[in-house]
Design a protein around this ligand. Structure first.
Ligand code: HEM
Ligand SMILES: *[C@@H]1O[C@H](CO)[C@@H](O)[C@H](O)[C@H]1NC(C)=O
Ligand SMILES: *[C@@H]1O[C@H](CO)[C@@H](O)[C@H](O)[C@H]1NC(C)=O
Ligand SMILES: *[C@@H]1O[C@H](CO)[C@@H](O)[C@H](O)[C@H]1NC(C)=O
Ligand SMILES: *[C@@H]1O[C@H](CO)[C@@H](O)[C@H](O)[C@H]1NC(C)=O
Length: 508
């Protein structure tokens, strides 16, 4: 009997798949030979963006794969990407649902995970105005400056004015986590001025555990047969983590609510700059109580921590690695700062517009090492065409920016680090061949904030300190595993305060 049921279900799955694929009468994009049930899952190796780039070289820039039961469109040319994010932008504005992501994001109600629709539009509108708008970002510039300067001060003190070795990945991750928490909740969890060390450590641990759960591939997302057997216990782990994590997030919200009760951050002008993101969301809760619930606020906190901390930290790690391997570029960036900011004071956010070369360095780093190599997955809500091919409804879209950024047809000497190639371009002409933050409705809302954070942090490190490699050999630039494409080995470097800056640093 069991035997019969087994064959019957296999038969049914095959029927389902062939219905989707074999008898689909449209003009589907090219696709390698696939196996029954698992489709192309057997072809996928880490790192995924490299595997997909290799497949696209053989089958073309518009490629249809099947991850188990789910069709996946892989796009790796600017023109195909343009079609997806202009003509078909609304159709591809959906996100696929994956079990762990869904559970850890309040049943997919957070900005980055929620499907396209009224809820996403509302959330995107609110956060665009209240959090990511230039006005709002300018209001928190003092907070960022303070957190970044306290890192400079700490490095200065630790160095005792002579060369010292430092592991930069954790330093930069701590910096971006502190920055984000200071903007969100008005407190930080690393270094000096930490209110509650133990709470801080536990909170960091739950957030880290979330990252690692999300990064664990779950076959059940692609093979419906397995959806009911929780192979790696992921569902259980997610629920357990949720229970542990929620009290922290709720605690942050309640803490600010209590402070507001005591009259802090009134709506007067001067109070505005002191407002944390939670405060802003709580004001909104007063005017739109049925929409802006605590769960929405906690979702915003999560989205910012998940999307805004490791991305910036790991990009900065790539930047410093490249600069250590290209001392000329490091020198040029330093001279630019010395000319336009001087040596008598520390660099400020308002100086950033005067530092085009620094931005070229950051963009050239994004080109070679985009921390979102495949952007985030999108999903089509209707049938559409890309590159002249028909794409079925419910297809997951992956845009291989990593491949586009290294395509020799689009870039001169694509493997070389040449920040100068961005000079005078200001991103404008790059169009769809350079998109570290994506494009269209679902593109990164935090791009502006990220550029400011990275510009100021890197600018401060370059202005205040001399940087050198630990040894003669170049920094190893291989990519490691992970959803945000980290360097394989955490970066270590030597630094010491610049003689000329010691005065300014001592006054911090
Ligand atoms: C180096 C820094 C960053 C990079 C490279 C980056 C890149 C990206 C990319 C590639 C996407 C997906 C675009 C797509 O799906 O087509 C994205 C989405 C997103 N990013 Fe960023 N990001 C960065 C920093 C930030 C920061 C600082 C924040 C906020 C504090 C942020 C918040 C978000 C959110 C909320 C989404 C989801 C948007 C949506 O689905 O509507 N990101 N980011
Ligand atoms: C992609 O192809 C290159 C060159 O043939 C090879 O070195 C690399 O290992 C391949 N990467 C993956 C992930 O298959
Ligand atoms: C998510 O949905 C499940 C089932 O619909 C429900 O039991 C659970 O309480 C929801 N979780 C959250 C955090 O909303
Ligand atoms: C710092 O350097 C000075 C002089 O080089 C030395 O006397 C002092 O002990 C050092 N302090 C620390 C904490 O290493
Ligand atoms: C760097 O890239 C960003 C994002 O694409 C763009 O807005 C900016 O103008 C670029 N800057 C330079 C100097 O190329």
């Amino acid at each position: 009997m069991d035997f019969f049921i087994y064959y019957f279900s296999v038969f049914l799955s095959l029927l389902f798949i062939s219905k989707l694929f074999l008898s689909y009468h449209g003009n589907l994009p090219p696709s390698p030979l696939s196996l029954p049930i698992i489709g192309h899952l057997h072809l996928l190796k880490n790192p995924l963006h490299q595997t997909l780039a290799n497949l696209s070289l053989r089958y073309g820039p518009v490629l249809l794969l099947r991850f188990g039961s789910r069709p996946v469109l892989v796009v790796s040319s600017p023109s195909a990407a343009e079609e997806c994010f202009t003509k078909n932008d609304i159709i591809f504005a959906n996100r696929p649902s994956f079990l762990v992501l869904k559970r850890l994001n309040y049943n997919s109600t957070t900005l980055g995970t929620t499907p396209y629709g009224p809820h996403w539009r509302n959330l995107r509108r609110i956060t665009t105005v209240e959090i990511f708008s230039t006005t709002r970002i300018l209001m928190s510039s003092a907070v960022r400056s303070e957190v970044i300067r306290s890192l400079a001060l700490q490095l200065f003190r630790d160095s005792n004015q002579s060369f010292r070795k430092i592991e930069l990945r954790s330093t930069l991750k701590e910096l971006t986590f502190n920055l984000m928490m200071q903007m969100i909740a008005g407190k930080r969890y690393y270094g000096e001025n930490v209110v509650d060390l133990e709470e801080g450590k536990q909170f960091r641990d739950v957030i880290k555990e979330g990252f690692s759960l999300i990064g664990t591939p779950n076959l059940g997302d692609f093979l419906p047969v397995l959806r009911w057997v929780d192979l790696k216990g992921l569902e259980k782990k997610s629920l357990r983590l949720l229970k542990k994590r929620d009290p922290f997030l709720q605690g942050l919200v309640d803490e600010r609510r209590k402070k507001r009760g005591f009259g802090c951050c009134s709506t007067e002008e001067e109070g505005e700059t002191e407002k944390t993101i939670i405060d802003v969301m709580l004001s909104l809760q007063e005017s739109e109580p049925e929409y802006c619930t605590d769960e929405i606020i906690k979702g915003v906190i999560l989205a910012m921590l998940a999307a805004g901390t490791d991305t910036s930290a790991l990009t900065m790690e790539w930047v410093v690695s490249l600069l250590l391997n290209h001392p000329n570029a490091l020198h040029k960036a330093k001279v630019e700062i010395d000319i336009h900011v001087g040596q008598g004071r520390l660099i400020d956010e308002s100086d950033l517009t005067k530092l085009p070369y620094l931005h070229c360095v950051i963009n050239e780093t994004f080109r070679l090492h985009p921390v979102g190599p495949l952007l985030l997955p999108h999903e089509s809500s209707e049938e559409c065409t890309v590159g002249g091919f028909d794409v079925p409804r419910g297809t997951i879209l992956m845009v291989n920016m990593w491949a586009i950024h290294r395509d020799p047809k689009l870039w001169v000497e694509p493997m070389s680090f040449k920040p100068e190639r961005f000079e005078g371009l200001e991103g404008a002409k790059e169009g769809f061949k350079f998109m570290p933050f994506g494009h269209g409705r679902r593109s990164c809302p935090g791009a502006n904030l990220a550029m400011r954070v990275m510009g100021l942090a890197l600018g401060t490190l370059i202005q205040c300190f001399e940087w050198e490699r630990v040894g003669e050999e170049k920094v190893d630039m291989s990519e490691g595993k992970g959803i945000t494409m980290p360097k394989a080995e955490p970066l270590e470097a030597m630094y010491r305060p610049r003689q000329i800056m010691i005065n300014s640093l001592s006054q911090l």
